[in-house]
Structures are given as structure tokens and as C-alpha cells.
Ligand binder design. Structure first.
Ligand SMILES: Nc1ncnc2c1ncn2[C@@H]1O[C@H](COP(=O)(O)OP(=O)(O)OP(=O)(O)O)[C@@H](O)[C@H]1O
Ligand SMILES: [Mg+2]
Length: 433
């Protein structure tokens, strides 16, 4: 499905439009200084399509505000289209900003009681463009985003995707060479996100407009020709994607919302995007965080037991089961949260099943190895002191004296039940969006 998006190769078009050199941004947040950006150097050539990704608080919006001349670096220099904007007074920065940059926001930021056409005319009005010329250019911009028929609609008469397209038209109306978008698809569903992205890709390809967008979604970042990842105010990776996804081609595979028939189920369950999401491997960190959370849950109960004066080696089955139940709850909650953060969307059912299966088999195999060790008496002392394996010890006691096939079958049933339980808990305790 992926199709290559060609970028301008002409060296003149490829000269940097954005050049951050050793930029830091500190905020004085009362309780202390927040280092929102730390020594960031980034050069973006004309015609590039760059996605900025990173966890919440990593400094993406801070960087966008600096790129957009809405804020100034604490240290370092920023040159925009060859002009050192960091050094300029704020009026002069505003002039550069209005000439060079178009902004698109997550919340669209349209004036509510004003038609699409009037919203698009606004930036031209600020520039003192005459009424007739304003109307002509705003009309052309709305037609370019496919809203020629909706020009007299007010924002509340438009869908989310249409409102975002009005916002893009408003950003385009001044013909800026650079579009900056902070989570432009954050409020939109899959199909509408792809529509907006296809539009941005077309503007990038056909008009050579440089696009820099912030996103939490891997699918959206997959459409960029370059992905910059931030962490703790620094750029930790900067990767060129030779064959970015073509949003328009992806969109063709998504059935229109009113197509009727089974293909038009909500959630577009049969779309390529949904399939790709489902196939996306669950990051290793999710497994690790689940394991740690379950140990913490267990440790918590054993700590309570210890405080209550019950040595856990003597703990009754009920208490051990309670500890493990808390471990299961903790790991499901944490695993689902970490997955949401790392993937940019909640786990799909398929991913949940895969996660539950692999995690259970992995930890189950480790536990089985311990059962064998326990059974042969070698590690009993160690195992008994690791609260973590007490249920395994109980199980092995319980099964002692039974035939091997019965033990193995009982263990297999136990694991299967665990897989199902984890799958359900991941769904029940995970974030919805
Ligand atoms: N005006 C401010 N005053 C103080 N601290 C701020 C200010 N703006 C941002 N910060 C801090 O700077 C850090 C980076 O924030 P920023 O908004 O750039 O993150 P982000 O990557 O955009 O996160 P998100 O994905 O949640 O939008 C955070 O720790 C934030 O609390
Ligand atoms: Mg942000």
C-alpha cells in the first residue's frame, strides 16, 4: 500500500528554511527552572515533510513555538528563511512570521460566528489586502482544500475534518513557504486524519511547501519524509524515511463513512490502517513494565503481610492468590498505559491477545523452570524467599506425587486461563483513546 512520495531534489529548493543552532529554552516555573529544550540543533531544508514525535512533555510544542516565532530561545540561534529571528525585536519577528509561516492547531482555532470564507480572509485583512483580492484568495484557498461548496458555513456547521481543512486554507492563504502544525489530527478519527494528511502531502509535493508537524501517532509519522524524535528536551533520533506512506493511497483503502454494507462499520475495522496497527509489534518496554508492575503489586501485599507479622512462607493460599491478583491488576493497568504511550493509540484486540499470550508463555516458561528446580529441591530456599514464585511453589506441592502428564496438562490449563484473564484485564483497565 505504501507509495513513495517524491521530494524536490533541486539543491536551491533544498536549502534550509529552518535552522536551529544549539537552542535551549528554559522556563522559570516558580518551583525551579524547567529545561524544555536542551542544546537542540536542527536544520530543515525547503520541501521537507518532517514529523516531530516524542512523549508528552518532551519539548515538541516548545520547539514548535520557537520555530513559529511565538517564543524566543533562551540560548542559541534560530534562523528562519535565512534571517536570524531570535535576535529581532518582537514586531519585526511578527512580520517575518506572517510572511513565512502558516499555523495549524489541534483545536482548529477558527472564529466561531464567522463563515469559512471570512475565517480565511482574516490573515489577509491583518496584512491590509483589499476586500476583492481577499475574497479571491480566500476562495482559491478553500477550493484548494476541497471546500469550495462550504464557504458560507460557520464552524459549527462543519465536521471536524472540514474545520481543520478551513484552518489549513487559512494557513495557506498568505502563500507561506512553511506550514507548522501541532497535532493537527489530534482531534480527528482515522479517516479524517488521513484526509488532512493527504492534503498536507499534496501541498508539500505540488507546491513545495515545507511541512513540520507534531504528532503522537506512528501512522501519521509514517507519512513524513523525516521523523525527529524528542526526549527530555533533546533530539534523540532523526531518521529519513525513503518511502513514506502515501496518505491518499491509504485513504482509498478506507471505505467512505456512508458506503453502506459491512465495510462501513464504525472504527473502520477492515481498513488497511487498522490492519497495520494490529500488526504493529508491541514494544518490548511494555513487557518489561508489566513485569515490574506485577512484582510491585506482589511486593506490596507481601510487605503488608510482613508488617502484620505473617512470614510469607507460611502464607495461606488465599493470601497468595490475593497478592497475585493485585500483581495481575497492576501489570495490566501499567502495560496498557505504556502501550498507549509508546504506540500512540490504545492496544488493538489482536495486539492485546499477542501481548497476553507472549507475556504469559514467557513468564510461564520461567516459572516452569523454577518449578523443576523447586521439585528437585535445589532452589527451594531461594524460591521460597522470592514471594514472586510462591504460587508456583504451592502448585508444585499440590502436584507432587501426580504423574507428569497430569502436571503438564494442569499447568497448560492454568496458563491458558492466565492468557484469557490478562487479555480481558488489558481491555478492561486500558485507556480508551
Ligand atoms: N510556559 C511554560 N512555563 C513553564 N513550563 C513550561 C511551559 N511550557 C512548557 N513547559 C514545560 O516544558 C516541558 C516541555 O513542554 P512541551 O509543551 O513542549 O511538551 P510537549 O512535547 O509538547 O508535550 P505534549 O505531547 O504533552 O504536548 C514540560 O515539562 C512543560 O511542563
Ligand atoms: Mg505539545
Amino acid at each position: 500500500m505504501a507509495a513513495a512520495v517524491s521530494l524536490p531534489t533541486d539543491p536551491i529548493e533544498r536549502e534550509p528554511i529552518v535552522d536551529l543552532s544549539h537552542v535551549s529554552k528554559d522556563y522559570d516555573a516558580g518551583g525551579g527552572i524547567v529545561h524544555a529544550m536542551r542544546d537542540v540543533s536542527l536544520s530543515i531544508a525547503r520541501g521537507e515533510f518532517v514529523a516531530i514525535v516524542g512523549t508528552s512533555g518532551s519539548g515538541k510544542s516548545t520547539m514548535m513555538n520557537i520555530l513559529g516565532c511565538l517564543d524566543r530561545p533562551t540560548h542559541g540561534t534560530y534562523s528562519l528563511a535565512g534571517l536570524d529571528v531570535g535576535a529581532r525585536a518582537s514586531d519585526s519577528r511578527a512580520i517575518v512570521r506572517n510572511r513565512v509561516i502558516g499555523f495549524i492547531f489541534q483545536g482548529f482555532n477558527l472564529l466561531p460566528r464567522t463563515t469559512a470564507l471570512e475565517n480565511c480572509e482574516l490573515p489577509l485583512q491583518y496584512r491590509g489586502v483589499g476586500a476583492r483580492e481577499r475574497r479571491r484568495r480566500a476562495t482559491a484557498a478553500l477550493q484548494a482544500v476541497g471546500l469550495g461548496e462550504r464557504m458560507d458555513h460557520k464552524p459549527n456547521q462543519l465536521s471536524g475534518g472540514q474545520q481543520q481543512r478551513v484552518a489549513i486554507a487559512r494557513a495557506l492563504v498568505t502563500d507561506p513557504p512553511l506550514l507548522l502544525a501541532d497535532e493537527p489530527t489530534g482531534n480527528l478519527d482515522t479517516r479524517t486524519s488521513l484526509e488532512v494528511l493527504a492534503l498536507l502531502q499534496r501541498l508539500n509535493r505540488e507546491r513545495g511547501i515545507t511541512v513540520v508537524l507534531v504528532t503522537h501517532e506512528r501512522d501519521i509519522a509514517a507519512c513524513a519524509s523525516r521523523v525527529v524524535t524528542m526526549r527530555d528536551g533533546r533530539i534523540v533520533s532523526d531518521v529519513v524515511q525513503d518511502a513514506p506512506l502515501d496518505a491518499a493511497a491509504e485513504l482509498e483503502a478506507v471505505p467512505p463513512p456512508d458506503a453502506g454494507g459491512p465495510a462501513s462499520q464504525p472504527e473502520s475495522a477492515h481498513t488497511d490502517l487498522a490492519v497495520r496497527r494490529a500488526r504493529m509489534p508491541v514494544p518490548a518496554r511494555v513487557y518489561v513494565s508489566m513485569f515490574l508492575a506485577s512484582r510491585l503489586g506482589l511486593a506490596f501485599v507481601y510487605l503488608l503481610l510482613a508488617l502484620a507479622g505473617v512470614a510469607h512462607a507460611d502464607a495461606k493460599l488465599g493470601l497468595v492468590v490475593a497478592a497475585h491478583a493485585l500483581g495481575l491488576l497492576a501489570e495490566a493497568r501499567r502495560g496498557a498505559q505504556v502501550a498507549r504511550k509508546r504506540l500512540g493509540y490504545p492496544l488493538t484486540n489482536e495486539q492485546r491477545l499477542r501481548l497476553a499470550l507472549r507475556y504469559t508463555l514467557g513468564t510461564g516458561a520461567a516459572a516452569a523452570a523454577l518449578v523443576l528446580a523447586v521439585t528437585f529441591g535445589k532452589l527451594f530456599a531461594v524460591a521460597a524467599h522470592l514471594g514472586a514464585v510462591s504460587i508456583v511453589a504451592l502448585l508444585s506441592d499440590h502436584l507432587a506425587g501426580r504423574s507428569a502428564p497430569v502436571s503438564v496438562a494442569a499447568y497448560a490449563v492454568f496458563l491458558a486461563a492466565l492468557v484469557l484473564l490478562r487479555y480481558l484485564l488489558l481491555a478492561l483497565l486500558g485507556p480508551r483513546r
